[in-house]
Every structure is written in structure tokens, then in C-alpha cells.
Design a protein around this ligand. Structure first.
Ligand code: NAD
Length: 480
């Protein structure tokens, strides 16, 4: 299975020519070459895909969950078998170095294996109300779920939404990012090879304002699972409010990573570097606000800058290396933030510009960047940059660290490093974020529930919790 030179939409288990005949180039951010062409979807294409998903719905929902789960798990195993082709495609389209691409494909496969196993686990309850009534609950699928995903970990994000949605009996129309749609289209084909009935999973590609919005507005879409920016999440939320439609929103972050002066710096320095540089900083959970206790801030900044500057830049450099920023728009945005930082008076200790050198000439490469003398009210400390940029903010006391950490509109994740177990529990309990890491940073295990506090989102993905996000609960009361 390799990437095709051109893709139509995937509807009813077939590739379909787009209604308007238009295609979008998908560009390799490492060298500017065209990886493939994807269909530029419109409302007409969305209509077709939703109709296919709707028609496939009843028999998929009625299938015994154990049997449905076997198909879902098999999809995950087949992805594992074909992992190389998928990792190569994702690496070409998104720019992630191949080790990173392999890791995210493993996670994508795990979502299907995990939720396949859980398909028969969702049970209703008996509600005790005395001998004259029999009251119980059942969890039913919504029907057709729209899954809309970003470009930073394309197949991983798509599988995170699709696997639980399908496992509880929904059918799906996926709209991947217009920058990175290839692996989603390859995956839809693989799912059919694994035995998924036609129409159960459909993929419509194209721009957010066109295909994405049409999907959200479609009257037969009963729920949206969205991963992406706060801006788009807000627009989707407005449409959902009009339709009275449930949404899961997994949005951005500006997550704090707190380094106390009793931390094991041998672990904290590489851990904090990984937290903001993994995937070239293009991770919603990235620990980009590094709060360091004042007594160690100079030493820590020096160690961190030294470790970050040694990170090889280049997609094909030895692991771990930094790949390019995934697209031109994002590349320009990160470079703009370097001007903002300078204007705001932050002190650059390493990086701060486009990376150059052999093999980087035509790619969207940026140097690993660390700023000090940053205060939490600067834009570079408040806005999600989504690039390899960490800002170091000093603090004096535990209370101050918590106050600075929580002084943000976001609340996706937070990290803290300390040898004091009481402090670890105390601080973790006070941080306003949906996922907290103690003495490490970044978790890709599919079992951990993830949901943003504040503007980082609504609802949960991952873990057992996600299953109920894709069902509605009915209470049935029988008079005896
Ligand atoms: P984006 O919001 O621009 O796009 C995400 C998806 O939404 C794309 O498929 C896009 O086509 C679509 N879209 C855009 N506008 C739309 C609209 N009005 N209606 C319907 N669909 C629309 O985000 P991006 O730039 O692709 O991704 C980066 C963002 O994603 C960052 O903010 C990052 O933090 C966030 N993210 C969050 C998580 C999480 O789990 N919380 C994970 C990964 C990325």
C-alpha cells in the first residue's frame, strides 16, 4: 500500500471524483515537492458521504457489539502490519521524522485495538425503584458522527475520534486537515480490507471553511468530534448551538511545565526539552511555558539551551531530530512570533530563526528556540505558537508557581518536576488542566482520558470515558 498520486473522496468504500472536479496539492514541508493531490470537497460531496454513512448506520448499530469490536480490533492489527507505508506517507506529508511517524502510527493502531476490545463493555444500569416499575438505561449511538482533525498528528488524531465512535455503533464521516489527508484516505481503504462494511467510514477532504463547515451544518450529522484551534472550535460551537448538537472540542494549549529547585535536573532538563520540542513543538499538549524556581533558573536555562541547541535539525538526521514545520502558513506564523518576542523584550538564549544548512534549503525548518526574561503577560507566554519555542519564566514559591501556571485561557496539560511527593500531589491538585504529568512530560497511551479545561476544550477523548461521549443514554421504565 503506497500513497496514490491523486485521491478522490472515500464514500461507500470507493474513491469518488469530487463534485467540482477540483483538487488541492499536498506539499512535502521538507522539500516543497507535491506528495499527492486531494479532492477539494464541497457541500455536495459532504451530502453524498453523510447519505452513505446514514444508510450504513442501522445494520452497523444493530451488530452484536462483540462482533463489531472484532472488526475494529482487526483494523488496528492491519494498520500495525502495514505500518511502514503509513509512517512513510505521514512523514512525507507532515514532515515528521520517520521514528516519530512510526510512534504515532503505533498509537493510531492502539486506538483501534483498544476500542475494539471495549466495544462490548458499555453496559446500562438497573435503577432500583421498588417492585412496581422496572427502570433501566441503555447507551445508544448518535447515528452519523463527523470527525474533524488537524495536521500535527494526522492519523493519530483521526483514529482517536473514529475508533470509539465506531466501536459503540456510530458511522463516521471524517474530514482530515487539507494539509495532511493522505493517511486518512489510505486508512479508510485499509478499514474496508479489514472487513468494515461499506459506508461505515467515509472521508471527505478539503478546506475547513468549505467541507468542514458543510459537515458541521449537515442536518444528518448528530455529533461532531473536533480537534484543532480555538478559533475553529468556537465557530463549530456556534453552529452546534444553533443545531442543539453535542460536540467534543479538543483545542489548543499553552501548557506550563514547573521545575522546582528539588527536581532531579538530570531528568528534568531532557524532559522539559522534549516537552516543548517533540514534533517540532507542534503538539497541543506541549510544555511551552517553563516555570523555573528562581534559585536554579540561570543554571536550568543554561542547561536547557545547551540541550535544545544540540538537537539535530533535519528530517533525516539521527533520532531524535527536529522535522520541518508542517506547512508554509504555520512556518510564517512561528517566524512572526520571533519578532513579537524581540519587541516584548524577551532575551533569546538559543535559536530564534529559520534553520539553515545542508538539506534544509527548501524546507520549513526552524531552530530550537529558548527565551528567558519572560513574564507571563507577554504574548509569547500567552499565545499558542505551535513551533519549537520554549519560554522560561522564574517563580519564587509554590503558590506563585501555581498562580502563574493557572494564569492562562488554556488548560490542556501541565507538568511538574519535584522529589517531594507531597508537593507533587498538592500542586497537581491545584493546577487547572485536564492532564498533569509528574516527573515526566507527554503521554501518548490511549488509555488516559484527555479533555481540556477552560478554552482548551469541551468533553473527553481517549480512555474508557470517551465511549460515553459517543453515545446518548436512554432510560426505559416499565410498569410491572
Ligand atoms: P484548525 O482549527 O485550523 O483546523 C483543524 C481542522 O478543522 C482542519 O481539518 C480544518 O480544515 C478544519 N476547520 C477549520 N475551520 C473550520 C470551520 N470553520 N468549520 C469546520 N472545520 C474547520 O487547526 P490546525 O491548524 O489544523 O491545528 C492546530 C491546532 O490544533 C492547534 O491549536 C492545536 O493545539 C490543536 N490541536 C489540539 C489537540 C487536542 O487534542 N486538544 C490535538 C492536536 C491539535
Amino acid at each position: 500500500m503506497t500513497i496514490r498520486p491523486q485521491y478522490g473522496h472515500f464514500i461507500n468504500a470507493k474513491f469518488v471524483v469530487p463534485y467540482n472536479g477540483q483538487y488541492i496539492d499536498s506539499i512535502n514541508p521538507d522539500d516543497g515537492s507535491i506528495v499527492t493531490k486531494i479532492a477539494a470537497g464541497t457541500a455536495e460531496d459532504v451530502d453524498k458521504a453523510v447519505a452513505a454513512a446514514k444508510a450504513a448506520g442501522p445494520s452497523w448499530a444493530d451488530m452484536r457489539p462483540l462482533e463489531r469490536g472484532k472488526i475494529i480490533s482487526h483494523i488496528g492489527r492491519l494498520l500495525e502490519e502495514r505500518i511502514e507505508a503509513f509512517a512513510n506517507a505521514e512523514s512525507a506529508e507532515m514532515g515528521v521524522p520517520s521514528m516519530g511517524a512510526f510512534a504515532t502510527m503505533v498509537t493510531a493502531s492502539n486506538y483501534f485495538q483498544y476500542y475494539g476490545g471495549l466495544a462490548a463493555s458499555l453496559q446500562g444500569e438497573h435503577i432500583p425503584v421498588g417492585p412496581e416499575q422496572h427502570s433501566y438505561t441503555v447507551h445508544e449511538p448518535y447515528g452519523v458522527v463527523g470527525v474533524i482533525t488537524p495536521w500535527n498528528a494526522p492519523l493519530n488524531q483521526a483514529c482517536r475520534g473514529m475508533a470509539p465512535a465506531l466501536s459503540v455503533g456510530n458511522t463516521v464521516v471524517l474530514k482530515p486537515s487539507e494539509y495532511t489527508s493522505a493517511t486518512a484516505l489510505m486508512f479508510a481503504e485499509l478499514a474496508v480490507d479489514a472487513g468494515l462494511p461499506e459506508g461505515v467510514l467515509n472521508v471527505v477532504t478539503g478546506a475547513g471553511a468549505e467541507a468542514g463547515e458543510a459537515l458541521v451544518k449537515h442536518e444528518d450529522i448528530a455529533k461532531i468530534a473536533f480537534t484543532g484551534s480555538v478559533r475553529a472550535g468556537r465557530e463549530i460551537g456556534k453552529i452546534a448551538a444553533e443545531k442543539i448538537m453535542p460536540v467534543t472540542l479538543e483545542l489548543g494549549g499553552k501548557s506550563p511545565d514547573i521545575i522546582f529547585d528539588d527536581a532531579d535536573l538530570e531528568a528534568a532538563v531532557p524532559g522539559a526539552v522534549f516537552a516543548f520540542l517533540a514534533n517540532s513543538g507542534q503538539i497541543c499538549l506541549a510544555g511551552t511555558r517553563i516555570l523555573v524556581q528562581r534559585s536554579i533558573v540561570d543554571k536550568f536555562a543554561e542547561m536547557m539551551a545547551s540541550a535544545a541547541s544540540k538537537m539535530p535539525v533535519g528530517k533525516d538526521k539521527p533520532f531524535p531530530s527536529l522535522g520541518p514545520i508542517a506547512n508554509a502558513m504555520q512556518f510564517t506564523k512561528v517566524l512572526e512570533y520571533f519578532k513579537v518576542a524581540e519587541k516584548e523584550g524577551a532575551k533569546l538564549v538559543t535559536g530564534g530563526k529559520q534553520a539553515t544548512g545542508e538539506g534544509l534549503e527548501n524546507g520549513f525548518y526552524i531552530e530550537p528556540t529558548v527565551y528567558v526574561d519572560v513574564s507571563n503577560d507577554m504574548r509569547i507566554a500567552r499565545e499558542e505558537i505551535f513551533g519549537p519555542v520554549g519560554v522560561i519564566i522564574p517563580f519564587d514559591t509554590e503558590e506563585e508557581a501555581i498562580a502563574i501556571a493557572n494564569d492562562t485561557n488554556y488548560g490542556l496539560a501541565a507538568g511538574l518536576w519535584t522529589r517531594d511527593v507531597s508537593r507533587a500531589h498538592r500542586v497537581a491538585g491545584k493546577l487547572q488542566a485536564g492532564q498533569i504529568y509528574v516527573n515526566y512530560y507527554l503521554e501518548s497511551g490511549v488509555e488516559h482520558p484527555l479533555g481540556g479545561y477552560k478554552q482548551s476544550g469541551i468533553g473527553h477523548e481517549k480512555g474508557v470515558m470517551a465511549l460515553k461521549q459517543y453515545t446518548q443514554t436512554k432510560n426505559i421504565i416499565i410498569k410491572i
